[in-house]
Design a binder for this molecule. Structure first.
Ligand code: PMV
Length: 327
């Protein structure tokens, strides 16, 4: 029997970085998903194939044997192996698993690919072993897997990948589901520059420690923006939400996580008629998101492309992780 699970990626609509320090943030699951397919093996190895990231190999406990990607494959696959091992530990089972991972979510550009892969992998392994784990347990495993990748994540990515929809998140508390009465396409502008979330988060932590009187009020303002952005979205007021996106981008720029390319993309998007545009995720590369009314979507996408970005449209995905079996 083969069990497959898929989980959505995410876009942070407001509040990245500030949420690491306990401020609220708004995030939405997007209609790009990661998929993990699991099958039992006859031995006790965990074999992982992740073609998108050019890595495959076998884990036997702490031992790793690379098949594709050399020893770097170990670093790429360890968070996935961790998710599978945690499930095996919960099942108190010694078993071998073949796991194949595939993702539509661009990697390391702020769209939550690692969390989606961890959520899908833990879910597929758990269903394969007949565990029927609760979503909150899957989410917790994915959070711990995310710590291997991002060092000090807030936990927003694993929540949104597990539960889907749009949420107001605050670290360490129950998240609030947002009911957004309007459909809107979100334009992503990918710089295709990958960066490390862990490094960007450490950078903000260091500036906060160096200049607490300057940086802390900015992070608090970002938190206030998130509260207001959530309300604007729940009222269906996209114009107001767009203004909050713009302010959010400039505050993120003030704490040093934007760069010239991201700034240019947000500016051309606004000039082409976007209601709002901001970097999304850790910054330093990755993506911007822009919000535009239907008659302006094409011109915003063209402006992003002319500026050297890679534009595509995403939409809210209300479905979190899902799972099915074959054979
Ligand atoms: O770029 P991403 O998808 O890793 O998102 C990072 C969001 C941060 O707020 C910067 C970090 C976090 O864990 O919340």
């Amino acid at each position: 029997m083969r069990v497959t699970a898929s989980a959505p990626g995410k876009a942070i609509l407001c509040g990245e970085h500030a949420c690491v320090f306990g401020e609220p943030a708004v995030a939405m699951a997007i209609n790009l998903r990661a998929k993990a397919s699991a099958k039992l093996r006859k031995d006790e190895l965990v074999h992982i194939v992740a073609k998108d990231i050019g890595a495959s190999g076998y884990f036997e406990g702490k031992e790793f044997k690379s098949e594709v990607g050399g020893m770097e494959a170990r670093l790429k696959l360890e968070p996935i192996q961790f998710a599978v091992e945690e499930v095996l530990r919960s099942a108190r089972k010694v078993a071998g698993i073949n796991l194949e991972v595939q993702s539509d979510i661009p990697i390391a550009v702020g769209l939550g690919s690692s969390a989606a892969v961890a959520v899908a992998s833990a879910t597929a392994a758990s269903e394969l072993l007949g565990l029927k784990m609760k979503k909150e347990d899957i989410c917790s495993i994915a959070f711990r897997s995310e710590r291997i990748v991002h060092i000090n994540p807030s936990g927003i990515d694993n929540i949104i990948s597990t539960y889907g929809g749009a949420i107001l998140f605050r670290k360490g508390t129950e998240f609030l589901r947002l009911r957004i009465p309007v459909e809107f396409p979100l334009i992503v502008g990918d710089t295709r520059i990958s960066r490390s979330t862990g490094e960007m988060v450490s950078f903000v932590k260091e500036s906060k420690e160096k200049y607490p009187d300057v940086v802390e009020p900015i992070l608090r303002s970002i938190g206030q923006l998130s509260e207001r952005a959530a309300k604007a979205l729940e009222k269906g007021n996209l114009e107001e939400f767009g203004e909050f996106m713009n302010i959010n981008h400039e505050l993120l720029s003030a704490i040093g996580v934007s760069n010239e390319f991201l700034d240019r993309l947000t500016h051309v998007a606004r000039k082409a008629g976007a209601l709002g545009a901001k970097l999304t995720g850790a910054g330093g590369g990755g993506c911007i998101i822009a919000l535009a009314l239907p008659d302006k979507v094409n011109s915003v996408m063209k402006a992003i492309e002319r500026e050297g970005g890679s534009p595509f449209i995403v939409r809210k995905d209300d479905e979190g992780v899902r799972c099915w079996s074959e054979g």
